[in-house]
Design a protein. Sequence first.
Length: 480
Amino acid sequence: MYLEHFGLNEAPFRITPHTDFFFDGANRGATLDALIYAVTHDEGIVKVSGEVGSGKTMLCRVLMERLPDTVTIIYLANPSLSREDILYAIADELRLNLPENARTSAVLRALQDHLIKSFSEGRQVVVLIDEAHAMPAETLEEIRLLSNLETNRNKLLQLVLFGQPELNDVLGRSDMRQLKERITHNFGLEPLVRDDISNYLDFRMRAAGYRGPSVFAPIALKMIAQTSFGLTRRINILADKALLAAFSANSHQIGAREMQAAIRDCDFSDTPGKGHESSQRPHNVWITAGATLIGAAVATVIVWKVLMAPAPSVPSAPSAPSVPTAPSASIAPVAAPTAPAAAPVIPAAPTTPPAAPATPTPAAPTAAEKQAASGTLTTEYLKTSRIWLDRTPNDRWFLQLVAKDESNRNQIEAFLHGATAAGANMGNVRVYFSELSGKPKYGIIYGEFPNRAAALAAVKTLPPMLKATQPYPRQVIRLR
């Protein structure tokens, strides 16, 4: 409804986790970095706690995307699993060939054999458990026992618990002390303060394609902060309804009147759960080490960043995929709408293509590339990038900049023009077309690196336009 009115490609404030909209401010990005390190380098159980609607599920989804390809991920979303059921669930996710009605001991033995085999192949198995605060005590005890699966020197299974603050109460019980002692890292997601809320709203609007000045007036930000308690899910709901109210009034600015309409249409409880504290206090993301201390210097840097780093400024993100969805709200129009204002016009980018990367003579594009490509730059980069992909080993790394559905291929062309105009080193930029996920997609990637650490280090050297895409490292094998 309001997408065209504000020049948006898709709804910016959906409450379902969409990893393209991951906000790395308010220490979210630093917490993700520390969490990735803890999962891939440690041998204890990791715990992530946060109030309802604070962004735990979003953090979990982004973590799943950004873990190395050598990690096998098992995601368990059902907290009501019994002690036996959790073993069967893990075995099922690993596709273990078990006889029907196999006893628990047989399942555990098959699981251990598989983990040993995975370890010998250089692979790691990580189990992400959502809503862990609601798990029965006997199931949590089984999790503790699973953490005992190990070789002479290494743990075979990494466990990550995501839960509400009630999880801390459960672990504080005397019968849970053995499990609590196995937790080596504790991460907490704090509510957003008012400055973070302003950055968060602007980031999501721009990630959805908006290119104008901020639509949320200071009074609107104050009302959102007071009503949402800094919880991202509430912020999303309020912002979505406020955009609808502004559209109904044919306004491009959200002030007190639009926010009052949005707040009236919500049915929030007066206060969130016991884990809440005022959204006006400073951040305090605590990470404590348990039985195992992080000895590597990189871990010290990451942990210090989580504790002390201020929230980064909001970048202007590239346009997100167009998946228009009508917001579900029932706000009465404030005034009869007139013809919607035209969406902001993006200035035309230069049409002169950059110098192509030094590669052999491009091969003729595939049938899929001929059908999919929409612009001169896209076509040229598809050709040269396919040559690069054909000759590059599977274990090399690159930075993922942009990924778009085939229906939004024009955004790939626009991004290439924009990056060229911004002076980016286009010799390191590549474009691919893939149907591996079952859905035709374009991707823009950057560079070639010997390992993940080198790729992460390169992020700091990127020009602002490329850095604004929130690049993350991937391995070449993921494109084959």
